[in-house]
Design a protein around this ligand. Structure first.
Ligand SMILES: Cc1cc2nc3c(=O)[nH]c(=O)nc-3n(C[C@H](O)[C@H](O)[C@H](O)COP(=O)(O)O)c2cc1C
Ligand code: SF4
Length: 809
């Protein structure tokens, strides 16, 4: 009978317990719920963080459907045939095109550029004249004298074995302490009628008054003497100067390293009317003088051969200045693009789109014929940029060399800057690419977008399909490298070019396949990339995310870029003005392919921010795209004003150019947004001079807590050649096997301190040069990583109309 009573009393008991303990019960329940929720959150976060794990084990891949219309015109896609190195593209399945009619094989027509005959130097007649090298030196304590006599010995022995001996005479040596300056430095010596002189000057530096100071004064006086021509030594065949100094006491050029040799080089340029035959060589007597002098000797010998063969000093950089040259001379000609993204106002590119000679809008890609702007039906493949076309001459005037009929190469302004020791582009700070070792080229001048900030689409062809006569990859490779070397050689007389960098530049180490147009448009891009790798040239390839079929089968490059010009469909349409109707689907497919292939190569998003177009309110959108493709890196750059009518008609003005602080702010927000989604990206490095900031995947590109964004290029080539085994594994026939390498296999050195976020990104070993009147009154750091220059209190960071770069080096 007890039980019913107890049951009856239970509600009252429970009520009593509730009343007396309700606070502790409520508190305990709340704590328990919090603990459970927190644990779930933490787990979720850990799981999310591992979306980009280091793949020790097989990685999942999604099947991406390639639509038939995405496949290149006149081709059928056979990924396995193109899968030259057995990389893992098999899992990015390219579904064969349903019902795509087989066409006849594409016509491949190689075309070698007709070699331009160089004008013989008027002053030297190779059949009748001979070259007399005169070696001048000055030495106070004997070091330069010793180097000079060794130099003469080596040069003489080279001359004695070089053919024809008759045209190159045995060198004569003169100690500057014992000659009459007027015999040699007011006019060339009066010798035999067919003897022409070539001066080589070897000098130490003394920051005290010595006989060297007298020599320098003499050169200066001769130049300024109103009775004498300002360039009385133009009759010389050429000259070259080598300086000896001591870095222990004078560590940098700014602090006086070899300053007198630099002065003499400058005065000789004026007196000879710019007859510098080889860049100024500099050697540290306690370190590398011997090696530098040997390199310089080889360079001088090459110059002598050129003269002997009637080619003079080469063509030189057009417009490299007037005879009154100085260090402030700017070698960049007005229409020099500077780099892939630095855009400069130029009348040359101020061509309206409607005037573009062969702009073709293939929005009806299914048709078998297409119409040019002249409405003429064309059924046969044509040359993309025929030699006779206005496009060819416009691009040539802008400094491009056109190879065959659809490839181009151009020397970028950073390459020139690095040759002069004035700093490399951001790719040096981030990845270790020294700009003087880098070639910028494209195998396709044509593109399928008409981006508002691209100044080239006024002159370069556009189209959605490849319907041109196709040049073979070896012809392109030979053509672009030859043209690049020729352009480098043209720099040898430019003031400030350093002999050792000039010598190094004669071996291309890197290729930026990004110049203009769309490189993966070229049907043999894989073979071209393989030729580069075989020649141990690294490849940085930038594509516009409009060609998923080609991207799916691209062989792994050293670093693969996708331009992310907007975060959503509307914005992308406005910015890129794509020719493809299904541009957004193509774009998304490319992101999925990039995700699938992120363990085969380093993948990068390149964001170009345009204020008022693709910046405000788009952080979340960009984060969505990063989450979708999981690139290893995100490079964020500010657009630079291009000033073309195309840009103007798209409503782009100077107001659209973001300040560096705005870019930095954007990047910080993006980092926060990615972090909130559990994606482990952090701000790794910056290059304030080109308004560029790098975000990287912390899980993959940090080692022992330090950023490792740099690349071990030699290791990359060794992996490519199979000298070293990679560590990328996949399940093949039910078994886990090594199938290739992964980006982690060719990580380089730690990112240098000066390149890290917050330190500006300028290599302290280079010399920072400001154009006249442009040096900021004050340079200060505002917040983390933002460099703000103040000129008269006005902030001037970012590009500005008429400026090649606001923060110059
Ligand atoms: C008093 C003095 C001043 C010097 N000043 C400089 C200088 O300003 N910059 C430099 O690079 N080296 C400087 N040096 C280093 C010399 O250029 C270097 O030792 C050179 O090899 C000397 O050459 P010589 O033995 O042929 O005279 C200086 C050396 C001395 C003794
Ligand atoms: S990557 Fe090469 S081509 Fe591009 S800007 Fe730098 S140096 Fe020039």
């Amino acid at each position: 009978m007890d039980t019913p009573d107890t049951l009856r009393q239970l509600p009252a008991e429970l009520l009593l317990i509730w009343h007396s303990h309700r606070i502790s019960i409520l508190l305990s329940t709340a704590s328990l719920v919090t603990i459970i929720r927190f644990t779930i959150y933490l787990r979720g976060k850990r799981e999310k963080l591992s979306v980009s794990p280091i793949p020790g084990s097989p990685t999942e891949k999604t099947v991406i459907e390639l639509k038939p219309e995405w496949l290149p015109e006149n081709t059928t896609l056979d990924p396995s045939a193109l899968n030259i190195d057995n990389h893992a593209e098999g899992s990015t399945i390219a579904i064969p095109p349903a019902g795509k009619a087989k066409k006849l094989p594409r016509t491949v027509k190689g075309q070698r550029l007709p070699s331009k005959t160089l004008k013989p130097a008027s002053i030297f007649n190779p059949t009748t004249d001979s070259i007399q090298p005169l070696i001048f030196f000055q030495s106070l304590s004997g070091t330069t004298e010793r180097f000079a006599s060794k130099y003469v010995e080596n040069l003489s022995s080279w001359i004695s074995t070089s053919q024809p001996i008759s045209s190159l005479l045995e060198p004569q040596v003169h100690d500057l302490s014992y000659i009459e300056y007027d015999d040699y430095f007011i006019s060339p010596p009066k010798g035999e009628s067919h003897t022409r002189y070539f001066y080589l000057i070897l000098l130490p530096t003394y920051n005290i008054d010595t006989v060297l100071s007298t020599f320098l004064e003499n050169l200066q006086e001769t130049h300024n003497d109103f009775r004498i021509d300002t360039a009385p030594l133009t009759g010389l065949l050429g000259y070259a100067v080598f300086g000896f100094g001591d870095k222990e006491g004078w560590p940098t050029e700014e602090e006086g390293f070899c300053s007198q040799a630099r002065e003499v080089d400058k005065w000789m340029a004026r007196l000879t009317g710019r007859k510098r035959a080889y860049p100024l060589g500099l050697g540290d007597v306690k370190m590398d003088a011997e090696q530098r002098l040997e390199e310089w000797r080889f360079g001088v010998q090459e110059a002598l051969v050129e003269i002997r063969e009637g080619r003079g000093l080469g063509e030189g950089v057009p417009g490299s200045g007037d005879p009154a040259e100085s260090d402030e001379d700017d070698i960049d000609i007005a229409q020099d693009s500077g780099s892939e993204d630095v855009l400069i106002q130029s009348s040359l590119v101020n061509t309206s789109i409607s005037d573009a000679p062969i702009a073709m809008d293939f929005t009806t890609y299914k048709s078998t014929t297409y119409k040019s702007t002249t409405s003429k039906s064309i059924t046969q493949p044509q040359e993309m940029v025929p030699v006779t076309s206005p496009t060819h001459s416009a691009l040539t005037k802008q400094g491009y060399t056109i190879i065959g009929s659809h490839s181009g190469v151009k020397i970028c302004r950073w390459t020139k800057s690095a040759l002069r020791g004035r700093g490399s582009c951001y790719k040096y700070s981030f990845y270790g690419i020294a700009s003087h070792l880098c070639m910028e080229a494209t195998p396709s001048l044509s593109c399928s977008n008409k981006c508002v900030f691209c100044w080239r689409h006024g002159t370069n062809p556009v189209g959605t399909t490849w319907r041109w006569i196709t040049d073979p990859p070896d012809v392109i490779f030979n053509g672009i490298t030859e043209a690049h070397y020729k352009k480098i050689k043209m720099m040898k007389g430019v003031p400030g070019v350093r002999a050792e960098r000039f010598a190094e530049a004669m071996r291309i180490r890197h290729c930026a396949l990004s110049l203009v147009g769309e490189p993966i448009f070229y049907p043999h891009i894989n073979e071209l990339v393989n030729i580069m790798h075989r020649n141990r040239i690294s490849t940085f390839l930038v594509c516009n995310a409009q060609h998923p079929a080609q991207l799916a089968v691209l062989v792994p490059v050293t670093q693969l870029y996708v331009s992310i010009d907007a975060s959503n469909k509307q914005s992308l349409r406005k910015i890129d003005r794509p020719l493809h109707r299904d541009f957004w689907e193509r774009f998304c497919a490319c992101l999925d392919i990039l995700r699938n292939r992120r363990f085969e190569q380093r993948t990068v998003f390149r964001l170009t921010l345009v204020k008022g177009f693709n910046m405000a309110e788009e952080v979340k959108g960009y984060a969505d795209l990063v989450q979708r493709a999981l690139p290893g890196f995100v490079e964020v750059k500010g657009v630079t004003y291009c000033g073309t009518s195309a840009a103007g008609s798209a409503g782009l003005t100077m107001q659209n150019v973001p300040f560096y602080e705005e870019i930095a702010e954007f990047v910080k927000e993006l980092e926060k947004e990615l972090e909130s989604r559990g994606l482990g990206y952090g701000i790794a490095a910056e290059h304030a001079h080109s308004c560029c900031i790098l975000l990287a995947d912390k899980e993959r590109f940090k080692r022992d807590g330090k950023w490792v964004t740099r690349i071990d290029f030699e290791k990359f080539f060794d992996l490519h050649e199979g000298k070293v085994e990679g560590t990328r594994k996949e399940v093949v026939d039910g078994e886990e096997k090594v199938v290739g390498w992964r980006p982690e296999d060719y990580l380089g050195d730690d990112t240098p301190e000066w390149a890290l976020w917050g330190n500006g990104g300028f290599d302290p070993r280079d010399v920072r040069v400001w154009r006249k009147g442009k040096r900021p009154k004050k340079e200060k750091r505002e917040g983390e990583g933002c460099v703000v220059n103040e000129r008269g209190g006005k902030k001037e960071v970012g590009a500005k109309k008429g400026d090649k770069a606001i923060i110059e080096i």
